[in-house]
Design a protein around this ligand. Structure first.
Ligand code: DQA
Length: 147
């Protein structure tokens, strides 16, 4: 089973970026802990970080033939990027949306995700654990178990 994790814009800077909101773990550290968890769950993990909306869309399209489930943190694109939502809707692979911070407790513009309605579920507000919870859900979905 192959799970793809896509980190969106500015997530390459977590660890140093607004640590009171996003925590002190770097993206490399989060990816390492996801790799460990994936091994435990018997899944094969691929992670990627993209700053551009088009790159995320291309990665979603490419995952049609390679991934059994996708964990996606669209970053700020979540709040307005309808083209990413269209790409998620266009593919049959289940996508789980993730945010480190609780977007519903932040500025008004962050309280909406245009991507959420086309995802299988959304996990927000648990810091790096949001990704780990999403990975568990992704593996369950891909293996046909209920999360
Ligand atoms: C984020 C939340 C977004 O609003 C923000 O633009 C990010 C990070 C999160 O993981 O909490 O870049 O997606």
């Amino acid at each position: 089973m192959h799970v793809l994790v896509i980190h969106g814009p500015n997530l390459n800077l977590i660890g140093e970026r607004e640590p009171s909101i996003y925590g002190t773990q770097t993206l490399a550290e989060i990816d390492r802990s996801l790799r460990d968890l994936a091994a435990e769950l018997g899944a094969d993990l691929e992670t990627a970080q993209y700053s551009g909306e088009g790159q995320i869309i291309n990665a979603l399209h490419a995952a049609r033939s390679s991934a059994d489930a996708i964990v996606l943190n669209p970053g700020a694109y979540a709040h307005y990027a309808h083209a990413i939502a269209d790409a998620v809707a266009a593919i049959a692979v289940p996508v789980i949306e993730v945010h480190l911070s609780n977007i519903f407790a932040r500025e008004p513009f962050r309280r909406t995700s245009v991507v959420a309605p086309v995802c299988r579920g959304t996990i927000v507000g648990f810091g790096a654990d949001s990704y780990r919870l999403a990975l568990r859900a992704a593996v369950n979905l891909a293996s046909g178990r209920r999360p």
